[in-house]
Ligand binder design. Structure first.
Ligand code: PLP
Length: 422
């Protein structure tokens, strides 16, 4: 049955669209979210062929239990200016447990923010059975709170869960639980167009026993953290270290999943880059030194191609690349503008050097939820420094993209990618 459904999904992505529509027809408010997810499915962005279909067994938002913090437990709200990433957390959190022996998913619970209690043998502590997502809630110019394409994060979270041997769930149901959490802590969404409330859904294996196996007990939880402007004093193009002796991901691995185990091994490399005077790591892969990602962002190059036209390129999703929500949004936006060629393909260091030597490289930038876009000033590679003129373009593309995406997020323009939370 599962195999035949997977086959249906691979061969007929519209089948998933239909499934998602059926699941949520009863809930008018979230119809738009389900439809957006269904559209994403028909565009071929979800459901890996090699892994099992997300189970239809799920928790339900309508079962949510809410335990509000007592007035004396509420923290003072910080000033939007001076917020540091991930240092402060709001008053409440979401917890959803899964226990196979109790029939699977349990009721979602929103509780005052609290520490977790874990058995010392919990799988997360030994085998890194952990995955997470990074999303933001934005306070719009009209005072309403919006989240950006949340169904994409849910889809990616389910794919990470499948690879980690954790149970899958209904993305639209989790979006509803997260929205309720944000709405309870809504005063924590900064009243500022350069700040936001970071949403960190996290999923861990917590079985109280050693052994590398699928988790029979798991905890999905979400915490919220107000975050400030990424570039507090305007855009500052960053310097990159590209050292082919390091790689972030490899074929058959998990580079395309947002699992904590992908990030721990990068910390040492980032420290080395900092010690050598560079701000970020440009991750290369393979004998031909393919550019894969920059820091924790997808990478884009804007250049003049062999036919003399302008082209925007980013590496194709070959398993090494995290399928970023910002990446997809940039591809979709620029394709809709129809002003220059937009491609997804392999890019090598040899090609970057050739473009640079021929003065054809216009811009290079990273893209991700944290900063939207991060312009690149230079790459240090094998004792040479490649200067990239990103910061000296007139009306640069990276800036246009930042404006276009933040306009959607902060409600300066109405767009179906921005889902309001009431
Ligand atoms: C390795 C990596 N690449 C790319 C991204 C950008 O993804 P998104 O645009 O969904 O934030 C992230 C951040 O989540 C990341 O950790």
């Amino acid at each position: 049955m599962v195999r035949s459904t997977v086959r249906q999904l691979v061969l007929r992505p519209k089948f998933l669209a239909h499934q998602l529509r059926c699941l949520h027809t009863e809930d008018k408010k979230w119809q738009s979210v389900a439809t957006a997810a269904a559209t994403a499915a028909t565009q071929g962005v979800c459901v890996p062929a090699q892994e099992s279909l997300p189970s239809m067994h799920t928790f339900r938002y309508s079962d949510t239990i809410v335990r509000l913090a007592e007035p004396h437990q509420l923290q003072p709200k910080p000033d939007a200016a001076g917020l540091q990433f991930g240092k402060l957390f709001t008053d409440h959190m979401l917890k959803i447990e899964y226990h196979k022996r109790l029939g699977g998913w349990q009721k979602p619970v929103i509780t005052p923010f609290e520490n977790l209690v874990l058995h010392p043998a919990a799988k997360v502590l030994h085998y890194a059975v952990e995955l997470f997502e990074g999303m933001k809630a934005y306070r719009g110019v009209d005072g309403r709170i919006r989240v950006f394409r949340p169904e994409m994060n849910m889809d990616r979270m389910n794919r990470s869960a499948a690879r980690a041997g954790l149970p899958t769930f209904s993305g639209p149901e989790l979006i509803k639980c997260l929205s309720r959490l944000v709405s309870i802590d809504q005063e924590w969404v900064p009243h500022s167009e350069s700040s936001s409330l970071y949403i960190r859904p996290t999923f861990i294996g917590i079985d109280p026993s050693l052994g590398i196996a699928c988790s029979e007990s798991a905890l999905l939880y979400a915490i919220l953290s107000p975050v400030g402007a990424y570039f507090s004093s305007g855009f500052q193009p960053v310097t990159l270290m590209a050292d082919p002796k390091y790689t972030r991901a490899f074929p058959g691995g998990c580079g395309d999943r947002k699992m904590g185990s992908n990030y721990a091994p990068t910390i040492h490399v980032q420290r080395e880059a900092t010690e050598r005077g560079y701000q970020q790591v440009l991750w290369l892969y393979g004998e031909d030194e393919q550019l894969t990602e920059v820091g924790t962002m997808n990478i884009f190059l804007f250049f003049i191609n062999d036919d003399g036209e302008r082209e925007l390129v980013t590496p194709n999703l070959d398993g090494l690349i995290l399928p970023g929500v910002t990446r997809l949004s940039i591809l979709e936006l620029t394709r809709s503008w129809n002003e220059f060629k937009v491609s997804e393909r392999k890019i090598t260091m040899a090609e970057v050097i050739k473009l640079m030597n021929e003065n054809r490289l216009l811009e290079m930038f990273g893209a991700g939820t944290a900063c939207i876009v991060s312009p690149v000033a230079s790459i240090h590679y094998k004792d040479i420094t490649i200067n990239v003129p990103t910061g000296s373009q007139e009306n640069p593309l990276y800036y246009r993209l930042e404006r276009a995406l933040t306009s959607i997020q902060y409600g300066r323009v109405q767009h179906p990618w921005a889902v309001t939370i009431d």
